[in-house]
Design a protein around this ligand. Structure first.
Ligand code: NAP
Length: 282
């Protein structure tokens, strides 16, 4: 099997870290991961898995900063002995519309949109013929935006993700050597807790499951040019049963994975009475 030289953004915690661990289980994968403050996550992984020695390296830098990305891609290239052939665009920030002042909006645009273009351009360099598989962690909010049913309190966030979806599809369509996977998760991890704190009960997908499905989606690029998958709890859209038009999804070749209630996490608002045991995750 071909060696996978994977460059992943935002991997010190959350989905990025879970994906890094999941992908290292593949003997073909070598990973260069980074975030602004990786701390000792590399050491932590290697202590738990000494067999990953030499197959994972963490760098430090800001995905939205051109100089940092240039340096990080150079570090990854030295580590791999060649340029990365797979990119996971994971770093992103989530915020409600009412939390965004002008400065924070710019920050979100820079990270959620521009950083991904910077990374792709830097990795492609002058070698536009090199085969490249790209996995982007988009969001269910982007599909809501694209379906003209934007989520009311996170429209800015949804728009940033939708911009990258469109950019990547165009890139794959116009370049023979580029294949693109778009993962559309519903709430998970810390952002699901933010939703719970604002709106009350929230159904989330365990981060590990989002990582597992997204890793399979990346692998599916061995067979496909563009792959898309929604990963949500079956309970998440229970109030809006018609949110997904299944025929429309099938027409667009977007897979829908609904995680069963028993495998989902039920996050309950902290200040509800009688929830002492079920505070946080049930
Ligand atoms: N959580 C959800 O409910 C949800 C749903 C749909 C889509 N998503 C998307 O999934 C992705 C991962 O989300 P998550 O919830 O796992 O995020 P998270 O827990 O907040 O982790 C974000 C990671 O990105 C890094 N990061 C943040 N800003 C960065 C920057 N400027 N440059 C480099 N690294 C940076 C963070 O590390 P440092 O602080 O060390 O930089 C951290 O490792 C995001 O793109 C998010 O939009 C999330």
């Amino acid at each position: 099997m071909e060696q996978e030289y994977i460059f992943i953004s935002g991997a010190s915690k959350g989905l990025g870290k879970a994906l890094t661990e999941r992908l290292l289980a593949r003997p073909t994968a070598k990973i260069f991961a980074f975030s602004r403050n990786p701390g000792d996550v590399e050491q932590e992984l290697l202590t738990a898995h000494p067999e990953w020695q030499g197959r994972v390296q963490f760098g430090k830098g800001d995905a939205g900063n051109q100089e940092d990305v240039t340096r990080l891609v150079a570090e990854a290239t030295t580590f791999f002995g060649e340029r990365p052939n797979k990119i996971i665009l994971n770093a992103g920030m989530f915020a409600f519309d009412d939390e965004l002042d002008v400065k924070k909006k710019e920050e979100m645009q820079q990270l959620n949109v521009e950083s991904n273009k910077i990374i792709i351009n830097e990795i492609r360099g002058n070698d536009k013929e090199k085969p490249l598989h790209i996995l982007f962690i988009s969001s269910i909010g982007a599909l809501a935006e694209e379906a003209e049913k934007p989520f009311e309190h996170t429209t800015v966030y949804g728009k940033t993700k939708a911009q990258v979806d469109a950019y990547l599809k165009e890139l794959a369509t116009t370049n023979d050597h580029i294949r693109v996977a778009l993962s559309y998760p519903g709430p998970f991890g810390d952002s699901a807790k933010k939703l719970r704190d604002k709106f009350g009960d929230t159904w989330a997908v365990p981060t590990e499951l989002v990582a597992a499905r997204s890793a399979v989606l990346l692998e599916s690029l061995n067979m496909k040019k563009i792959a898309e998958e929604i990963i949500v709890s079956e309970k998440h859209f229970s109030i809006e049963n018609n949110f997904f038009d299944l025929q429309e999804l099938a027409k667009k070749h977007i897979a829908l994975t609904e995680i069963s209630e028993s495998e989902s996490e039920h996050l309950i608002k902290k200040d509800e009475p009688n929830n002492e045991i079920r505070n946080g995750i049930k």
